[in-house]
Design a protein around this ligand. Structure first.
Ligand code: NAD
Ligand code: MG
Length: 391
């Protein structure tokens, strides 16, 4: 029986994870759930899964959750804040941690899980983009097992030979990172500045949280994933090629020196990579419908249009620069996306804000958590200034 903590249980990945858990009560048991501000949803999950702990954002949310739980789930203790998150990520009873908080807020608890040597199922790509070396060092030093949940990285993991390691590259030539191109792949360029948050969040193939949906629409998501792949598989940015594949049936590919290209296919439903990582190295039913390859009929591919997707170019630049640039990129992007979702800036301003902050911030590689946090804070403040200047 695997005891599982889900960080970000009330989000899109969290809910899909609970769906897989519910299909295999003989394998998985929920130890703890976190839900930040969505207290009512978290209370419902607690009444169903009866975790030992539930974690929310602050004391008042904790009181609210306690009140909702009292009759049905006396066994659940309510904690709050970053300390609560770090505790449920690293408690001795926990085997597996699903890291599914969105954004930089996921870094500390995910790092705690790695430092405690847990099996870490990584959805929170931002923590790897912000603090890649620190995070990978923690995984190695503590002997943690890191399994990617991001569908592309999970596909790459499945297409790499078992035993693949940085010292033993096993003939890997390059990685083909696929991208759907999002909702605006063919929208006339002059229409992009008037895109609303609702349009940006309506992804053609995937049902996701709002932040990653906007990142998919700008293709910043693919740029963050390129940086994520460099850390996960010890690749240089030049070994990764981004390929637009609008159907989202192939989730990524690995090319070998002998000319072989291996791909992982499936319907676009996050329960496949989630179930893969949860059961690894075994396989379990995920509830995802079978891929009908005849009905799929076509798989199309094209190169990304770099004029249309400046955020992808900025992320490639940050990946090439290395050092603190990915930390700056991530912080500026989080602030710009939030401003866009709040209606403060237009869709096309997202890339402009990130570009100014990235160009105007000189950093060196942060090798402590404090250094990461200080670069993150500086870049956020800079982004706020740039956003306000536009008003
Ligand atoms: P979401 O917005 O649906 O859920 C986010 C979760 O994080 C919620 O449970 C929320 O309560 C919690 N949260 C938000 N702010 C928090 C904070 N400050 N402190 C603590 N908890 C906080 O997001 P999602 O789509 O589930 O994405 C989660 C992560 O997984 C992201 O990093 C995203 O990039 C990654 N991911 C998601 C998908 C997908 O299909 N949704 C695919 C690949 C990767
Ligand atoms: Mg992805």
């Amino acid at each position: 029986m695997q005891k599982l903590t889900i960080l970000g249980a009330t989000g899109s990945i969290g809910v899909s994870t609970l769906d897989v858990v519910a299909r295999h009560p003989d394998r998985f048991q929920i130890y703890a759930l976190s839900g930040h501000s969505r207290v009512v949803e978290l209370a419902e999950q607690c009444l169903t899964y009866k975790p030992r702990y539930a974690v929310v954002a602050d004391q008042s949310s904790a009181q609210q959750l306690q009140q909702l739980l009292r009759p049905g789930s006396p066994e659940t203790e309510v904690l709050y804040g970053v300390e609560g998150l770090c505790y449920i990520a690293s408690a001795p009873e926990v085997d597996t941690v699903m890291a599914a908080i969105v954004g930089a807020a996921g870094l500390l608890p995910t790092l705690e899980a790695a430092r405690a040597g847990k099996k870490v199922l990584l959805a929170n790509k931002e923590s790897l983009v912000m603090a890649g070396r620190l995070f990978m060092d923690a995984v190695r030093e503590a002997g943690a097992i890191l399994l990617p949940i991001d569908s592309e990285h999970n596909a790459i993991f499945q297409c790499l030979p078992s035993g693949y390691s940085p010292d033993h590259r096993a003939g890997v030539q390059k990685v083909l990172l696929t991208a759907s191109g999002g909702p605006f792949r063919t929208t006339p360029l002059e229409a992009l500045s008037a895109i609303s948050p609702e349009q940006a969040c309506a992804h053609p193939n995937w049902d996701m949280g709002r932040k990653i949906s906007v990142d998919s629409a700008t293709m910043m998501n693919k740029g963050l994933e390129l940086i994520e792949a460099c850390w996960l598989f010890d690749l240089s940015p030049s070994q990764i090629e981004v390929v637009i594949h609008p159907q989202s049936v192939i989730h990524s590919m690995v090319e070998y020196v002998d000319g072989s290209v291996l791909a992982q296919l499936g319907n676009p439903d996050m329960r496949t990579p989630i179930a893969h990582a949860m059961a690894w190295p075994e396989r379990v039913d995920s509830g995802v419908s079978r891929l009908d390859i005849i009905a799929t009929a076509r798989l199309d591919f094209e190169a990304p249009d770099l004029e249309r997707f400046p955020c992808l170019v900025l992320a490639m630049e940050a990946a090439r620069l290395g050092g603190g640039a990915p930390t700056v990129l991530n912080a500026a992007n989080e602030m710009a996306v939030e401003a866009f979702l709040n209606g403060d800036i237009s869709f096309t301003r997202i890339a402009e804000v990130v570009a100014v902050v990235l160009a105007g911030t000189v950093t060196t590689e942060p090798n402590t958590l404090e250094a990461v946090q200080s670069i993150d804070q500086l870049a956020r403040q800079y982004a706020v200034d740039v956003i306000q200047r536009a008003h």
